[in-house]
Write a protein of this length. Sequence first.
Length: 468
Amino acid sequence: MKRTLPLLFVTTVVLVAALAGAASAAARAAEGWQRATVAGASSALELSSVSMFDKTVGLAVGEIEQGGAVALRPAIYRTGDGGATWAQVSYEQIYGMLRGVAFSDARHAWAVGADYGSGDRQAALMLASADGGQTWKRVAIAGQEGMLSVQFPTASTGYVTADGGVLYTTTDGGATWARGVAVASDVSLYGLSFTDATHGWVCGAQGNEDWYGGRCYVTIDSGATWRDVTPDPDAVLLDGSFLPGGEGWVAGRNGRIFHTADGGESWERQSAAIGAGVDLAGIQFVDAQNGWAVGSCWPLEYGGMGWALILHTVDGGQTWVQQDCGVAPSAQSVSALDATSAWAAGNEGLVLRTGDGGGAGFTPTARPVTSALHAVKVRKGASATFRFQVTDPGVPRARVVVLIYNAKHKLKKTIVAGFQVTGTAVTHEARLTLPAGRYTWKVVCVDYAGRTQVKAGANTLVVLPATR
């Protein structure tokens, strides 16, 4: 017998389903890049590498500064909820740092870095986990070079790069490690990308702290021999990502990205509308079309700390768009599993995640223009209100600085107004203690993409004597 549900019940079910669907759609639309909760995150915590095994479990490693820059402790963080929250994993207290992390299978994970416990001499530091990153033990490695990155293209075959261009190899799942001949003694190999047990690429920067160039090398025999396939010797390279068949990308300083379709025999430079002060520290492609590059914008102009920058492509890098991740500390590493799921980690305990590809993104067009919208008059010691606007098509925000010059055009005061939205008039207040007189105030900026203004607006400022 056919049964008819009461009308009120049917209406209620439909309404609840509609509201749930609308809420779910709104959540998806608003997702983009979201900042994760990292226990103990502070300016003392720097995360150098992040690696997700699947959409649930992942690891991030780095260093915690304790009692000064010379007192660095290795930091290991783990997530079991897709990167929404990260908890610190305890490990024996040694002086040092971790720079790379990778899974070899669901249970086994590896973290590498440098041990600074032997005075001025550093030693290789390798940690291993047999329970998915919940507990760790140190692996005995005799090398004195600090380790930089680790990757397991198969469960049994793994590679580690170290300072001085050194490569370590295992073929028994990490039970033993062999130190090979240096790939290039003057290169720090930050980028490590093997597509199987035999084919791989490494790239890095030349020089110690004063990098002056970069190199990229390829092997087809598990690292026994290497061939130089550098795209540009003047480009400082910080990471690379390659796919089976030899298509790959390398990225580094000054926002440079290079692409090869033939394993490095030939290269093309890919461009993004970003400023010259951008360093791309991490890059990963999940297939020939979809990839991310992450890093930081360090504007040389007007001082201030850097902020995270995320680029995304869906056409193999022919076009790159910048994605909005808010005003976040600098990013250093990216881990992506598919075209929609990616994570990034960096300074101040930063972890970002997206489950929808990171959002539509934006492509800057013309460089920003600033306007100083009114003349300012204020008494000495009082707060002045500066009203200005940044016009920057396609870019959501810019870091604004107000510069005050005297009649001889000598800079007398710098006021950091912070990040402001573009395309609308905003105000910023600052207390002025300048001597009474006539001045000029000018608005300058570095936009979210790292570009300075092409034209800076200015107006008059009159400081009156203080009230007696």
